[in-house]
Design a protein around this ligand. Structure first.
Ligand code: PEP
Ligand code: MG
Length: 914
């Protein structure tokens, strides 16, 4: 018989930590803790495979599962000395989800299973604590009703709150056993009304329904959303762990808590967590009551506290990673309910990894492998500018739950946040009373999250940290009116109201909330743990380079500060677009003959020369790849539609409007009558139906060779200038969008001729430079062995290469991308994550073919994919020399390259260079 159920408890277990795939993280962690002799309530895990089969078989589990579950219960009953459903001595259970990858709060949990009319009365008698027994029963009906019977929580809340109102109390703990019995009676009526069946009294039926509800929650919309966001596969399913209950709600000597062995927000080595006395676990994480900091437990229950510290620090040493744990104290006795590697923010991930190396807990390689490259993003973004904060009104502070600065317009529901973001690109901050996991889509679009209640371990705070969003929770200073879409704060005796759309600035690092839009400053990438980790990454990355896409000296400087080793793409057209140049460029385009074009190009020459000199200086000692002009010429001219309207209206407009037109198109008013239609004619001539496949790239330089000539002249004159200052430079001139080697040959000749002339004149005939090409068209890739005859380097322009290989417009894909990615035609956006299966094969072919002609061919990538971790790994694996990406992604690419080198590449070589 196939094994579906894995028991643990009493110092042994069927499973272990390596079985996360089968048992889920929670099941595997409990099995491991149990084997290590830690105080873990016994239980068993129904494997993730059963979840998969459940969905495959129309929500039915295999027949053997029931039998194995009964056996699991029998073992459990023996260990606990209790019996499921026995009124005199009832065994109560929890049923929890747990997948291989943690998905905090996204799936369902049921506690206090086994409660029914008889066991409630029995438990009341046995424990001598009727209040406790009926509290368990009402909690069970409520949770089971919501999760397994799909009854709206509001209905239960209404009954519960009405009773509290009747008692004139706000505290749950003021309700007596009699109150709770009355609530239970009402809950049962509610169940009958909503489901047309009485509340199930048979514990085995309760268990089966709870198991199925936990499995079903794998497809909760929030769980599905979370998986998509975190790139967790849909196929893996969740385990269901059934465990004997221990009771944090038995008395004030009992309680429940959650914690981390280090601060998951900053990575600091401090014991971190919170707890509530006389409460069950979900009370702590649900954000309904604001819990106490764990440090308070030290004074309240010193022995339990030191036992907890000892156990969790041993767990950290054992798993060699920060642990996220849950515990319950039942009448002064500590039980561990969960341990897992904790989710952490980017700054915490970096600090933890580096400090664990310093502590001798992990190696440098492990540290480098531990930090997800995308998480570095959180360390690369601005923090609040102190001076600008002084100009804003400080509204108060809450509990800092996830660090970082966020500025945005207040939105008071997840739906509003999504709608506001869809309407405008201005940022949004999500403000809620308590963020529940149902808010996941709103949290995803928000720059930051602010809640009025809840603690550092509320599920939403955990999720915010996982997403790297700045988050403040438990900000009791704000009085929130979610329906009215506003909150008020008392500031120095005055009421300040913040309405939907008003800007607020929140600092998740210190918990402070400001009214208004704070300015931000850039972080320093060359200090602290961040710099240390990246230094190690560079050691392992070995020969594989990381360059930046930068068009102006300022960006080049930023890129260099982030560790770029050169420029992999300078898009020269971005220099043409500058305000002081656009008129000259237009003049060049409008010229009717070569003479006219050359005149305009002559005016552009000194400007381009200055730009290139700035780039060479900023990247001194490193290569600078400069691409000749790429976009269609009509992009430099006014919009055709606007022009058509203005030409049509011209005879009828007044002097003021004529003045506007003259200023807009750069003509004298008196010339408008002739010049405007002429301009329109030229725009019409240049108009293309498919500009992306039209007169762009090298096709421009081929039809107007004088453009390439001018650019080459500017490049080499700048090179001479900077070399004369004693600086070492390495120019690489790159020809875009070729499909045939003939195109490259044509352009290369122009560049080489100009270079030879300029360098000879300067007395520097031996200056080193390279001429190469972009590979952006499949034809170039498939004829790469020919192209390489004329190219000293290849750089894959994967934006265009993806577009041309897939026949998919890079500008229009987003119109239907959601649908395509939902039904998994593509696993991810192919313009963000390189499509290895298709485009990747074209690239691989071209790399091999190119090197068959020229073994020392330098090969890199400069499309957007150059800064995306999985694409970087691919580039490493197929033997490219470098990747090039935007300046802020350079550290991400450095880390991703190191990880590729350590995991897939030649590790021995990486070690040698270390
Ligand atoms: C590319 O196509 O990948 C590329 C880098 O060029 P551009 O994005 O400028 O077309
Ligand atoms: Mg391109």
């Amino acid at each position: 018989m196939k094994k579906y159920v894995y028991s643990f408890g009493g110092g042994t277990a069927d499973g272990n930590i390596k079985m996360k795939e089968i048992l889920g993280g929670k099941g595997a962690g409990l099995a491991d803790m149990s084997s290590a002799g830690l105080p873990v309530p016994p239980g068993f895990t129904i494997s993730t495979e059963v979840c998969t089969l459940f969905f495959e078989n129309n929500r039915q589990v295999p027949a053997d599962v029931a039998k194995q579950t009964r056996e699991g219960i029998a073992i459990l009953e023996k260990q606990m000395g209790q019996k499921l459903g026995d009124p005199k001595n009832p065994l109560l259970l929890s049923v929890r989800s747990g997948a291989k990858f943690s998905m905090p709060g996204m799936m369902n949990t049921i506690l206090n299973l086994g409660m029914n009319d008889a066991t409630a009365a029995g438990l009341a008698e046995k424990s001598g604590n009727a209040r406790f027994a009926y509290d368990c029963y009402r909690r069970f009906i409520q949770m089971f009703g919501q999760v397994a019977l799909n009854i709206e929580m509001e209905h239960f809340d209404h009954i519960y709150d009405t009773r509290k109102a009747k008692k004139k109390t706000k505290n749950d703990t003021d309700l007596t056993a009699e109150d709770l019995q009355a609530i239970i009676a009402d809950y049962k009526k509610l169940v009958l009304k909503e489901t047309k069946k009485p509340f199930p009294q048979d514990p085995m039926v309760q268990l089966e329904m709870s198991r199925d509800a936990v499995f079903s929650s794998w497809w909760n919309p929030k769980a599905a959303y979370y998986r998509k966001m975190e790139k967790i596969p849909d196929e893996i399913g969740t385990g269901a762990t059934v465990q004997a209950m221990v009771f944090g709600n038995m008395s004030d000597a009992s309680g429940s808590g959650v914690g981390f062995t280090r601060d998951p927000g900053t990575g600091e080595k401090v014991f971190y967590g919170e707890y509530l006395l006389n409460a069950q676990g979900e009370d702590v994480v649900a954000g309904i009551r604001t819990p106490e900091p764990i440090s308070k437990l030290k004074t309240m229950m010193p022995e339990v506290y030191s036992q907890l510290v000892e156990i969790t620090s041993n767990l950290e040493k054992h798993y060699r990673d920060m642990q996220d744990f849950e515990f319950t104290i039942e009448e002064g006795k500590l039980y561990m309910l969960q341990t897992r590697n904790g989710k952490r923010t980017g700054p915490a991930a970096v600090r933890l990894a580096v400090e664990m190396v310093e502590e001798g807990l992990i190696s440098k390689e492990e540290a480098v492998m531990r930090v997800a490259p995308a998480q570095l993003d959180q360390l690369l973004h601005p923090v609040f500018d102190a001076a600008s904060l002084k100009t804003l009104t400080l509204l108060g502070a809450g509990i800092e739950a996830s660090p970082g600065a966020a500025v945005g317009r207040a939105a008071f529901s997840a739906e509003d946040a999504v709608a506001m973001k869809a309407k405008s690109s201005a940022p949004v901050v999500l403000v809620r009373k308590e963020t529940t996991p149902d808010d996941i889509h709103g949290m995803d679009v928000a720059k930051g999250i602010l809640t009025a209640v809840g603690g550092k371990s509320s599920h939403a705070a955990v999720v915010a940290r996982g997403m790297g969003r700045p988050c403040i929770v438990g900000a009791s200073v704000i009085n929130i009116d979610e329906k009215g879409k506003k909150f008020t704060v008392n500031v120095g005796g005055k009421t300040v109201t913040v309405k939907e759309g008003d800007y607020i600035s929140i600092n998740g690092t210190d918990g402070k909330i400001y009214l208004g839009e704070a300015k931000t400053t850039d972080p320093d990438p060359n200090s602290g743990h961040f710099a240390t980790l990246l230094k190690w990454a560079d050691e392992f990355r070995g020969h594989f380079g990381v360059r930046a896409n930068a068009d102006i000296p300022r960006d080049a400087k930023v890129a260099r500060a982030f560790g770029a080793e050169g420029i992999g793409l300078c898009r020269t057209e971005h220099m043409f677009f500058a305000e002081d140049r656009i008129k000259i460029v237009q003049e060049m385009i409008l010229a009717t003959d070569e003479k006219g074009r050359r005149k305009a190009l002559k005016a552009l020459l000194p400007m381009q020369r200055k730009d290139f000199a700035g780039l060479f200086e900023a990247m001194e000692g490193f290569p600078v790849v400069i691409r000749t002009l790429d976009p269609p010429l009509h992009e430099f001219l006014p919009k055709r539609e606007n022009l058509m309207v203005d030409v049509a209206k011209l005879p009828y407009v007044d002097a003021k409007e004529k003045k506007r037109m003259a200023a807009e198109y750069g003509f004298a008013v008196k010339d408008l009558k002739k010049a405007l239609p002429a301009l329109l004619r030229r725009v019409e001539e240049l108009h293309e139906f498919n500009p992306m496949l039209g007169h762009r790239g090298c096709r421009l330089g081929i039809t107007y060779p004088e453009i390439t000539e001018m650019q080459a002249q500017a490049i080499f004159e700048a090179a001479v200038q900077v070399t004369k200052k004693g600086k070492k430079i390495l120019p690489e001139i790159m020809i875009p969008l070729i499909g045939s080697v003939k195109e490259l040959e044509h352009q290369r000749k122009i560049v080489v001729d100009v270079a030879t002339a300029v360098l000879a004149k300067a007395g520097m005939p031996d200056m080193k430079y390279m001429v190469g090409t972009m590979i952006e068209i499949p034809r170039a890739a498939m004829t790469a062995e020919l192209v390489a005859k004329e190219a000293e380097f290849f750089s894959f322009g994967t934006n265009d290469l993806t577009q041309t290989t897939m026949g998919l417009s890079r500008d229009d894909y987003t119109k239907f991308s959601k649908h395509y990615e939902d039904i998994k035609v593509f696993q991810a956006d192919p313009f963000a994550v390189l499509d290895r299966e298709g485009v990747g094969r074209v690239i691989e072919y071209a790399v091999k073919a190119g090197r068959s002609t020229r073994p020392d061919l330098e090969i890199g990538i400069c499309g957007e994919h150059g800064g995306e971790p999985s694409s970087v790994e691919f580039c490493y694996m197929i033997g490219m020399d470098y990747v090039s990406c935007s300046p802020y992604r350079v550290p991400i690419a450095r880390l991703a390259a190191a990880q590729a080198a350590l995991s897939k590449g030649d590790k021995s070589e990486a070690m040698r260079t270390a």
